[in-house]
Design a protein around this ligand. Structure first.
Ligand code: UD1
Ligand code: MG
Length: 451
């Protein structure tokens, strides 16, 4: 059966105290909304619809960025979760199958949990995801009757007896589309909050003699993010899960709690990550790589056998082939380094290609920016760039060429050539001691004048 995913994300998120809509706040480099979408990927939804209201334009832009196939519909006024699902009705007009409703601010429901819900759907018309709450607070309470879920009672409407229930509603609900929208039609806003509660679907289904059940998951999966403190908690939950997954897949994290990963970080087996390494979005690291301490990587690819850091920075477009060495205080941006190339100390390589086995000396800089435009530097294979060379782009250095230390290279260097572009040295015999005498004399005179 095909499934459509409806993500509710129209709420304001007042407690975030932010100009940004809540669902766009990031966890591990991606909006929490994107995490919610990804959690449902395992169900292979044939349609995904995001219901947005506050910050609609920003939500649309973010969705276009991360998931261009996903449709955003507007819920102009927020009249409750049933009203929000109703906003997706038109967009789902041609769709037949099940609808699963997720909240955009509840991003960590596991794929296995959603699959458990799908399995339960075989025997029940409506399946709700619940959890045992350590502190049930204001969550909706699940009123069970054997394996049947009779009702969800919102905290504001609950009796003392109902408030004592600790099995709570996560907000995730699964049902057949036509039946669901028909039941939504029957929902009224006659409750303490004067809202159209999606949760009322449960009692309506039961009154029609339909079977409704709740599947349980761990409370950590249902963490709803309402404040910056929750956001930090969510980040910690994500990081812990992602680090554990990597280690299970054969990656060594010497001090896992100091390594920050992104939602999409890919790292191969037998790669070693030293402490305090930060992975921004879009990083892929092959097997057998060594990332040394305090390195910062984003938008880059590192091939087998490469060693990066300590204190290296790989920015978007850094592409390291096998066995490349990037050492301390080296920044690489939009540059491809071929097999075995080395940039070991204090360099900036930007908008460049570097051939195989080329050695870039300490302090080398590709001067890629003229203040208005960016320009390319092309360095061949087996070349040797002397320390402190300034490569003023656009410029190229051929295979097997060399540049003298301290050169400012403004013209292309042919293959096999040695380029030296610096003032010639002059040695004046004895002049150093004379100069010292003169300077000492000056200092003494000045001291006496002062007295
Ligand atoms: C809801 C559930 C409650 C559950 C809790 C879990 C209802 C009536 N209550 O309560 O049983 O325990 O979540 O966190 O469903 N939204 C819209 N449009 C609206 C209203 C809400 O898009 O008009 C979105 C919000 O952006 C949010 C989600 O729906 O992503 C949940 O809304 P929220 O107001 O947080 O519901 P709760 O009161 O927390
Ligand atoms: Mg909520």
């Amino acid at each position: 059966m095909s499934t459509a995913l409806v993500i509710l994300a129209a709420g304001k998120g007042t407690r975030m105290n932010s100009d940004q809509p809540k669902v766009l706040h990031q966890i591990a480099g991606a909006p929490m909304l994107v995490h919610a979408m990804r959690s449902a990927e395992a169900l292979e939804p044939s349609r995904t619809i995001v219901v947005a209201g506050h910050g609609l334009v920003d939500v649309q832009a973010a969705v276009a960025d991360y998931a261009p196939d996903v449709e955003v519909v507007e819920q102009a006024e927020q009249k409750g979760t049933a009203h929000a699902v109703d906003a997706a009705r038109e967009a789902l007009a041609g769709f037949q199958g099940d609808v699963i409703v997720l909240f955009g601010d509840t991003p960590f429901v596991r794929a296995e949990t959603l699959q458990n819900m799908v399995a339960a759907r075989a025997d029940h018309a409506v399946v709700v995801l619940g959890f045992e709450a350590a502190d049930p607070g204001k969550y909706g309470r699940l009123i069970m009757n054997g394996d049947q879920l009779d009702a969800i009672v919102e905290f504001a409407d609950a009796s003392d007896e109902e408030r004592a229930v600790t099995f709570c509603n996560s907000g995730v609900m699964l049902s057949e589309k036509s039946a669901l929208f028909e039941m939504i039609d029957a929902i009224e806003a006659e409750n303490a909050q004067e809202e159209y509660y999606l949760t009322d679907v449960v009692s309506i289904a039961r009154s029609r003699g339909l079977s409704v059940t709740a599947v349980a998951c761990d409370e950590s999966e249902t963490l709803g993010i309402n404040s910056r403190a929750h956001l930090a908690q969510a980040e910690a939950i994500f990081q812990t899960r992602a680090r554990t997954e990597l280690m299970d897949m054969g990656v060594t994290l010497q001090q896992p709690e100091t390594v920050m990963l992104s939602f999409d970080t890919v790292i191969g087996r037998d790669t070693v990550i030293e402490p305090n390494v930060f992975f921004g979005p879009d990083v892929t690291i092959e097997s057998g790589v060594h990332i040394r301490a305090f390195s910062h990587l984003e938008g880059c690819h590192v091939s087998r056998g490469a060693v990066v850091g300590p204190y290296a920075r790989l920015r978007p477009g850094a592409e390291l082939a096998e066995d490349v060495r990037i050492g301390n205080f080296v920044e690489v941006k939009n540059a491809a380094l071929d097999t075995g190339a080395k940039v070991n100390h204090l360099s900036y390589i930007g908008d460049a290609t570097v051939g195989a086995a080329t050695n870039i000396g300490a302090g080398t800089i590709t001067c890629n920016y003229d203040g208005v435009m960016k320009h390319q530097t092309t360095i061949g294979a087996n070349a040797f760039i002397g320390s402190n060379t300034m490569l003023v782009a656009p410029v190229s250095v051929g295979n097997n060429a060399m540049t003298g230390s301290g050169s400012v290279i403004t013209k292309d260097v042919d293959a096999n050539a040695l380029a030296i572009a610096r003032a010639a040295q002059v040695n004046k015999l004895g002049l150093a001691s004379k100069l010292f005498e003169l300077l000492k004399m000056k200092k003494k005179n000045r001291y006496q004048e002062a007295k």
